[in-house]
Design a protein around this ligand. Structure first.
Ligand code: PHE
Length: 373
């Protein structure tokens, strides 16, 4: 049995030599001191205290020493590792404090700085389209006529030949501001259409009469993708001698040409409105597929739901009873009228699927239509 190797000198394990350990420690401390930010410190930590750091590898060599030599080498390496760990911890704290300080300065917001208080907005497409349509009719000799948004029930319904029990008057459809008073005078409503302006125009303006009336209308509808309690209509009224439905069609074509592009056909189908007789709904040839989607095997069209036609307006010849209510001789004069939703026309023209987009007031939506002065 051989005696313990008394002559074994731990210095012979080169990496455990005191000066080697000393050098590793010095290098580590220098690298730690040189780290000027947290990333650099992280790199120093990996290089000098990580699994593959010289001092870690040296530490693993201790087991190879004879038991007598282990304690001393272990103490030496342990002290060096402790010093490195301690330096890392101290530098980490310093750099974190420095970073926090810098963030406070660099990311500070000076709420007193002046800013651009007048960012360029954009006019709403419902406004610009409405104005353009008005211009078209003004160029054809029409005058702009406006009426109040809070309207007497008499103008909104009675004078327009709505019978007293007409369902449109029900509170589900009409927003009442005040009911009829005890003297049975007319109540007040938020106008449900622009047609009461027809009555105001016929009662106050000389004949012949050509007016265009844009404006807000209100109905007791909850806001969803296809309904809005507030919307805008534009309405045309002409009263003259000898007007016929041919004149009505001409006026409608002028509107369609401007709004959707020239050359689209229009179609009138019988409908009913109390204030026009005969009445019709107006459709135009689909401006997107031009009827192509109705052909067998064709791509479906989202805009006209492959019908080829899109309903855009209500129209008709002014009901003689309405003329009489306004003191106009129906044997001498006739009139035509048509009305349509501006919001709806913008939606059809520009493929806006959800009416809420028109009302949310997000300037990015309006900007997409171009900023018009
Ligand atoms: N006022 C009708 C509506 O709101 C539209 C219309 C106007 C119909 C003029 C005929 C003539 O639906």
């Amino acid at each position: 049995m051989s005696a313990p190797n008394k002559t074994y000198d731990p210095v012979e394990v080169a990496v455990l030599a005191p000066e080697e350990v000393q050098r590793m420690q010095a290098e580590a401390l220098a690298a730690i001191a040189a780290a000027t930010d947290l990333d650099a410190l992280k790199a120093a930590r990996i290089a000098h205290a990580g699994d593959r750091a010289p001092i870690t590898l040296a530490n693993a060599e201790i087991g190879a020493l004879p038991p007598a030599a282990r304690a001393e080498a272990g103490k030496r390496v342990g002290a060096a590792r402790g010093a490195i760990r301690e330096a890392l911890g101290r530098r980490q704290a310093e750099l974190e404090a420095e970073r926090d300080q810098r963030v406070l300065v660099e990311e500070a917001v000076d709420v007193t700085l002046p800013w651009n208080r007048m960012p360029a907005g954009a006019r709403h497409p419902v406004t610009t389209v409405g104005e353009r349509l008005v211009d078209v009719f003004v160029n054809m000799g029409y005058e702009v006529a406006e009426g109040p948004e809070i309207e007497a029930e008499w103008y909104n319904f009675d004078a327009l030949n709505f019978p007293p029990d007409h369902p449109a008057r029900e509170t589900q459809d009409t927003l009442f501001v005040a009911g009829p008073d005890p003297d049975q005078r007319s109540g007040l409503v938020l106008r449900t259409h622009t047609s009461p302006v027809q009555i105001r125009a016929m009662l106050t303006r000389p004949l012949p009469l050509y007016v265009v009336s844009p404006g807000k209308c209100f109905r007791a509808d909850a806001l969803d993708a296809t309904h809005s309690p507030v919307f805008q209509q534009i309405e045309c009224l002409a009263v003259d001698e000898g007007l016929t439905m041919a004149d009505l069609r001409g006026a409608i074509s002028a509107f369609v040409d401007v709004m959707f592009g020239a050359g689209l056909r229009t179609r009138l189908r019988p409908d009913f409105f109390p204030f026009t007789e005969p009445s019709a709904d107006v459709s135009m040839e689909c401006h997107v597929c031009r009827g192509e989607s109705t052909k067998p095997g064709a791509e479906p069209c989202r805009v006209c739901r492959s019908q080829g036609w899109v309903e855009i307006a209500g129209c008709g010849m002014v009901n003689p009873r309405v003329l009489v209510a306004c003191g106009i001789d129906p044997d001498r004069y006739s009139g035509f009228a048509f009305g349509l939703g501006i919001d709806r026309s913008v939606m059809i023209r520009d493929g806006v699927a959800d009416i809420r987009e028109l009302h949310e007031g997000d300037v990015r939506f309006s900007r997409a239509f171009g900023v018009e002065a």
